[in-house]
Design a protein. Structure first.
Length: 119
């Protein structure tokens, strides 16, 4: 298991930017593909972005492609989500997650953080 810290969200105006960071502890960070998810009330948690163990491969949902950037620092055991050109529909609780590259299981979920984008 790996423990993931709270990403640190907040309130921002539409068109603004916010960076979430999620620090991992208790595991070998390079063992994990790191992912970001969001969830709005009454809906399923949905995929936002992921990054492979080395940082050399990333993918995004269509709704954030071109606006969000996922990155990781394996020396700091931290994954980031840079969110630019934010829209009110990006308002959600955001979670980071660690997916074990060997078992394909999620070994840890971060504490969700609220991101609110005002119009």
């Amino acid at each position: 298991q790996v423990q993931l810290g709270a990403p640190g969200g907040g309130l921002v105006q539409a068109g603004g930017s916010l960076r979430l960071s999620c620090a991992a502890s208790g595991g070998t960070f390079r063992r994990y593909c790191m992912r970001w998810f969001l969830q709005v009330p009454g809906k399923e948690r949905e995929f936002v972005a992921d990054i492979n163990y080395s940082g050399g491969s990333v993918s995004y949902s269509d709704s954030v492609k071109g606006r969000f950037t996922i990155s990781r620092d394996n020396h700091k055991n931290t994954v980031y989500l840079q969110m630019n050109s934010l829209k009110p529909e990006d308002t959600a609780v955001y979670y980071c997650a660690a997916k074990n590259i060997w078992t394909a299981l999620y070994d840890g979920w971060g504490q969700g953080t609220q991101v609110t984008v005002s119009s």
